[in-house]
Design a protein around this ligand. Structure first.
Ligand SMILES: [Fe+2]
Length: 185
């Protein structure tokens, strides 16, 4: 391009223009955080981690029962437990990543899960009925932690967490009904 007076002026203008919608000063600054106070973040991530540890132990129980269920209910329960642990795996991932969204650390080790969870492991040698009763008891515990998360999230206008966990509640309540109906046969 020929260095005419107009071209030089154009170059100067372009040099001062921001390359993105953020001006240079803003682009170099740290990213703007989500709008919750440290205390609010602490509240909601603590409740999410409580849910996470319990859900993780429950998940392994579902896999245990999927593998080890025996008897005339085998085909029904083997499939049902698999569907439930696939769903639990997705919910657990969503909970842990929600904690990361707040720049906190999800509890991530088996040792911590076993130590901190209210839901407890069982052996593998259980009748199918006892397995189902164990899972129904797990749902009741999980729902309690889910209601706590929703309560905290709603109080601090954290709609993302609130909506996420409300979907989980809906699913767990359905499992509770179905396995309760299974026992009533
Ligand atoms: Fe399987």
């Amino acid at each position: 391009m020929k260095a005419t007076k107009e071209n030089v002026a154009l170059k100067d203008t372009l040099k001062d223009m921001p390359q993105t919608q953020l001006d240079t000063r803003m682009a170099k600054a740290k990213p703007v955080k989500l709008g919750w106070s440290s205390e609010e973040v602490e509240h909601v991530t603590h409740a999410l981690n409580d849910l996470l540890v319990n859900y993780s132990v429950h998940y392994q129980k579902l896999r245990n029962y999927h593998w080890n269920v025996k008897g005339s209910d085998f085909f029904d329960l083997h499939i049902e437990f698999e569907q439930q642990y696939m769903e639990a795996q997705q919910h657990i991932d969503d909970i842990a990543e929600r904690v990361r969204i707040f720049s906190k650390t999800p509890i991530s080790t088996m040792g911590e899960y076993l130590e901190l969870s209210e839901i407890k492991e069982t052996t593998s040698q259980l009748s199918s009925e006892i397995m189902v009763r164990e899972l129904i008891a797990d749902y009741t515990i999980l729902l309690g932690y889910m209601f706590t998360v929703v309560e905290i999230a709603a109080a601090q206008h954290d709609s993302g967490t609130e909506e996420m966990v409300k979907v989980f509640i809906n699913r767990i309540e359905k499992h509770h009904w179905m396995l309760s109906a299974f026992l009533a046969k």
